[in-house]
Structures are given as structure tokens and as C-alpha cells.
Design a protein around this ligand. Structure first.
Ligand SMILES: Cc1cc2nc3c(=O)[nH]c(=O)nc-3n(C[C@H](O)[C@H](O)[C@H](O)COP(=O)(O)OP(=O)(O)OC[C@H]3O[C@@H](n4cnc5c(N)ncnc54)[C@H](O)[C@@H]3O)c2cc1C
Length: 539
């Protein structure tokens, strides 16, 4: 066994949720923030369009709540959503105090509009690089606080529990050394899991490790069938699925099919600004060719947008497209949906508490139910700020109480023995099993084809079978790729089980064999417990 570390508060992840939480906790003890790669490599860093916030007073807050609830398709946790929109303005004002430079015109904050928002309320920075600017300012602020230690290139592998209490975790450094870290409380702020699909806008770090660790430790996981597919990721052969922000449609972009017809009027009154799940499915349907497996191109069109300097408004997107020979205002841009945001995750209450003691979760890894079945555009950066701060406040409160009641002995960690590394019992892999990268690619392909945007029982059962086969080949080593492979497998298993159990269509979850929404049976959240069973529960 490698070295042992001790801290008061351990935070897994340095995206918006982890950094905001670290700042909140710093007055209460030593805070250790660990990240898988260098600081800044996170979904937060790639967020383009902006952060939704109701800065226009009470009426705006009410409207933001209505929009969030409507997009969530009957499954939004109303308490969580009210907290999000009511506490959002204060959290964004703090960002301004800490030096976040949102775009302004004549000194006033600029606001844009995105899909399913009833008014313009999205702040943005450097045109289309909002997440990077927020991350920069939070990091700068966190670095100025002596109690916070930021540790890069550490992959957290497994939570350590004592009964139903989390007392630390095991991580692997870049050099392969394993370290155990004990803490009074652990916050998972480890982000999403887009890498579980072959087509995703998420960076390589988004492999759902936090969800997998929490599940293996016995924590409840909720709403995993709800994966949001962003409608418009660039679709060029051999080019990464670069996101083409919803703000493009907010500024007037249209969608056209292969016959160059504008088609959204056949799908929703809000046309291109309909909720994401509806736009994503419409693009998928318009892209189905005449024979099975054939796909037709679908395009984003900004040629009709006048009075806006597109290069200035969208500098990052324009320059990426230019590298591939495309101009926003001149060309039809080929697009297709890609996995983007996980509404489900580690089940928490509105204070970030999970079903395990001293384990908290906030940001994309968590599921408060705030997004219901479908997240409203630009609500997730806000979620990270609001619920990162709330989880930290609760950690401070609960640990000071329990520290008074039962002061932790200095070395509380038992000797670490690895727990179940895959989600199903599997035999030892033979020496001839495929390399880890191939196994990960198999999971991603299976998930895209059989558990993607349009699902049915046959496909999902096929995916479950593929996952059982892949489990048998997963190596039991502790390298980062092997740890991530286990996470992908666990997340895929959770998605498939939950999607099979939800025999209706709602929000981002669409079943071809159950195309209607069924409120009588399914206006409930799916919850998978440690034993793998799916149950449906009311809020
Ligand atoms: C391309 C793109 C564009 C987006 N645009 C917007 C937008 O305009 N507006 C909006 O609101 N949302 C947007 N989103 C979504 C939003 O960016 C994310 O939901 C949000 O940033 C998540 O923040 P987080 O703090 O929860 O996680 P992240 O920012 O993803 O941070 C996760 C952290 O956890 C670390 N980590 C993960 N696993 C481990 C491990 N095993 N050990 C140690 N560390 C680990 C990572 O290294 C990282 O530091 C976008 C997402 C993408 C991918």
C-alpha cells in the first residue's frame, strides 16, 4: 500500500462545483481538491454559451422557474429548482466580485437567449468561452486562500467506508502510486460521463468515476436514463464532435434538412428554440436515410442572420470552423446530436447529502432532480455554483457537529482492500482479452447504437447482454484507463437498467416501443440501489 494523507475536507474535481465548494469550506478546515488531469481540464472549461440567471427581479425568477420546470417534462424537483433560480443571482454576483469578466455592452451585462427560455437571461464571457472564464476566476480566487490545496493528476478510484459512513478514498497518482486519503467529509464534484457514448461533446475526463465509486460504495443513484443529447455538434468525418452552442440558434440560426428545407415547424411551436430533446430527435429523424443505416446530412444555417458580427460574437466557434474550411455566415454547417449532459447521478437532497454518511455530491455528478427529465440550456453552470456552495455549507455544519460529538481518531482508515471493480460478478479475464481501449470503445459503440437517443426493449436488452460480455474481460489492474473502463461499464449498466425499467417516453428518454408519457405509473424518479435493483420513487 502507498502513502497515506489526511485532510478535513476532500473534494473530487475542480470544475465549477468543486471550486465553488472549496471556497465555501476554506474557513472551516483544510481542503484538498484533487483532479484527474491538470486544473482546468473539465466540462466547465468547455462550456460555451453561458450561464442562465434571473437578474431581472422577482418576475424574472418566477419565469426562470417556469422555464426550468417545463423543460424538465414533469419530473423537476420543485424545491431544488426554486433554490436554483432564487439563489442563482447571489452566486453570480459573487462571481462578479471575484473577477469573472462577463461580456458587456456600454458597461451593462449582455444577455442572450437559448432554447426553451422565455426571455434573454444568459450571461456569457469572451463570446463563447463562458466556462473557461468562470473557471479561471474561481481558480484564481481559490489559489489566494491558504487552506485550499489543489492536487493535479490524481485519479480517485474507490471510496473507503466504515459501515455506511465514508471516511476517505483511494487514488492513483500519475506515477502509478496508490494513496489513501482520510477526510472528515468527501464531496464528489467529478462531473459527467459523456465518454460512455461514442459521440459526445465531453472531454476525456468525463467517464462518470464519481457515480461508479458512489454506487460501488452502496450509495443510491437516480434518473440515469435521462442523458441529454445536444442537438448540434459538428458532424464532419474525422473531426471531434465539437459543440455548436445553442446560443447560435438563440441568435437566429435555422436548421435545414438534406433538401435544404427548414423543418422545425413540423416538430414544435418554438421552432429551433424548442427544448433540446425535441430538437435532437427532430434532427435524428430528418437524418434517417432511405435504407437502413443510411444517414442524411442536417445543417445549421446562419446565412440569414444580419446585423451581428458572427466572428466577434462567437470567436471560438468561428475559429474552430475556419480550421475545417467553414464560415458561420457563409456555409451550411453539418450537425448531428451528441451525448452532452447527464441529468441523473448520485442521488442527493438539496444540501448535497447522499444516502451515505459524510459523502456529498454536487454539480453534474449529482442528481437533485433540479433538471427533471431534460435540462434547460445553461442551467448547469448555475447548478454547480448554487449546489456546490450548499453542499459545502452542509459539510461544514455536519462535520463540526459530529466532530464535537465523536472526535475522529487520528488514523481512522482501515487497511484498504479493493472492492468489487465491475458492476457484475465476472470471472478473471483470460490473458487473451482485448486491450482496455478496445473494451471502452465497445461500451461506447453499444451505448450509442442501443441505448442512445431512440431506444426500445430489444436494443436495451442487447446492450445489457453486450455489457455482461464486456464485464468478463475487464482487467483488475489499477491504471487510470482500467479505472475509467470500470466507471464506463458501471455507468452504462446503470443507464441501461434504468432505461429498460422506464416504459414510457419523457424528456431525454425516448422509447420507440412506449412513445407516450405515462404520468400514472412513471411521474417518479428511478433509483438504483447498491444491489442493482431499479425502483421508482416520488420526490
Ligand atoms: C462542450 C460543452 C459545452 C457546455 N456548455 C454549457 C453552457 O454553455 N452552459 C452551461 O450551463 N453548461 C454547459 N455545459 C455543461 C457544463 O459545462 C457542465 O455540466 C458543468 O461544467 C459541470 O461542472 P462540474 O463542476 O459538475 O464538473 P466538471 O466541470 O466536469 O469537473 C469535473 C472535475 O472532476 C475531475 N474528476 C473526474 N473524475 C475524477 C477522478 N476519478 N479523480 C479525480 N478527479 C476527477 C475532473 O478532472 C474535473 O476536474 C457544457 C458542457 C460541455 C461539455
Amino acid at each position: 500500500m502507498g502513502s497515506r494523507l489526511e485532510t478535513d475536507f476532500l473534494i473530487v474535481g475542480a470544475g465549477i462545483a468543486g471550486l465553488r465548494a472549496a471556497i465555501e469550506l476554506a474557513g472551516a478546515g483544510r481542503v484538498l481538491v484533487v483532479t484527474k488531469e491538470q486544473l482546468g481540464e473539465s466540462n466547465t472549461n468547455y462550456a460555451q454559451g453561458g450561464i442562465a440567471v434571473a437578474l431581472g427581479g422577482e418576475e424574472d425568477v418566477e419565469l426562470h422557474l417556469d422555464d426550468t420546470t417545463r423543460a424538465g417534462d414533469g419530473l423537476v424537483n420543485k424545491t431544488a429548482a426554486a433554490i436554483l433560480v432564487e439563489e442563482g443571482p447571489l452566486r453570480v454576483e459573487e462571481l462578479l466580485e471575484w473577477g469573472t469578466r462577463f461580456d458587456r455592452e456600454h458597461g451593462e451585462l449582455m444577455l442572450t437567449r437559448e432554447g426553451a427560455h422565455s426571455r434573454s437571461r444568459i450571461l456569457h464571457a469572451n463570446g463563447d468561452a463562458t466556462g473557461a472564464e468562470i473557471g479561471r476566476s474561481l481558480l484564481q480566487h481559490a489559489r489566494s486562500i491558504p487552506n485550499i490545496t489543489l492536487a493535479e493528476w490524481r485519479t480517485c478510484e474507490e471510496l473507503i467506508t466504515d459501515g455506511d459512513t465514508v471516511i476517505g478514498l483511494v487514488l492513483v497518482t500519475r506515477d502509478g502510486e496508490r494513496q489513501t486519503v482520510s477526510a472528515r467529509a468527501v464531496l464528489l464534484a467529478s462531473g459527467g460521463a459523456g465518454q460512455v457514448y461514442s459521440d459526445t461533446t465531453n472531454p476525456a475526463v468525463a467517464t462518470g468515476d464519481g457515480i461508479a465509486m458512489a454506487w460501488r460504495a452502496g450509495s443510491e443513484i437516480a434518473d440515469m436514463e435521462f442523458y441529454q443529447f445536444h442537438p448540434t455538434a459538428l458532424s464532419l468525418p474525422g473531426v471531434p464532435r465539437f459543440l455548436l452552442s445553442e446560443a447560435l440558434r438563440g441568435e437566429g440560426a435555422w436548421l435545414r434538412n438534406s433538401r435544404q428545407e427548414r423543418f422545425m415547424e413540423r416538430y414544435h411551436l418554438l421552432l429551433e428554440l424548442a427544448p433540446r430533446d425535441i430538437v435532437a430527435r427532430a434532427i435524428t429523424r430528418e437524418g434517417i436515410g432511405a435504407s437502413p443505416g443510411d444517414t442524411l446530412p442536417v445543417y445549421l444555417d446562419m446565412r440569414q442572420v444580419t446585423g451581428l458580427n458572427l466572428n466577434q460574437r462567437f470567436p471560438g466557434i468561428s475559429s474552430f470552423l475556419r480550421e475545417h474550411g467553414l464560415e458561420l455566415g457563409r456555409d451550411l454547417i453539418p450537425v448531428r446530436p451528441a451525448a452532452h449532459y447527464l441529468m441523473g447521478g448520485v442521488k442527493t437532497d438539496v444540501h448535497g447529502r447522499t444516502s451515505l454518511k459524510r459523502l456529498y455530491a454536487a454539480g453534474e455528478v449529482a442528481c437533485t432532480g433540479v433538471h427533471g427529465a431534460n435540462r434547460l440550456a445553461s442551467n448547469s453552470l448555475l447548478e454547480g455554483l448554487v449546489f456546490g456552495a450548499r453542499a459545502a455549507a452542509e459539510m461544514r455544519e455536519e462535520t463540526s457537529f459530529s466532530a464535537r460529538m465523536e472526535a475522529l481518531p487520528e488514523h481512522t482508515l482501515p487497511e484498504y482492500t479493493p472492492v468489487r471493480r465491475t458492476s457484475t460478478t465476472s470471472p478473471q479475464p483470460s490473458p487473451h482479452t482485448p486491450p482496455v481501449a478496445d473494451l471502452a470503445a465497445s461500451i461506447q459503440h453499444t451505448m450509442w447504437v442501443k441505448a442512445g437517443l431512440l431506444r426500445d426493449r430489444q436494443g436495451l436488452e442487447g446492450a445489457a447482454e453486450d455489457l455482461r460480455d464486456i464485464a468478463a474481460a475487464i482487467p483488475r489492474t489499477n491504471t487510470r484507463p482500467a479505472i475509467e473502463l470500470c466507471s464506463l461499464h458501471a455507468v452504462a449498466t446503470l443507464i441501461v437498467r434504468s432505461a429498460l425499467a422506464r416504459e414510457e417516453s419523457r424528456g431525454a428518454h425516448y422509447r420507440n416501443d412506449f412513445p407516450q408519457r405515462d404520468d400514472v405509473t412513471f411521474q417518479k424518479h428511478s433509483v438504483v440501489s447498491g444491489d442493482g435493483r431499479v425502483q421508482f420513487v416520488e420526490e
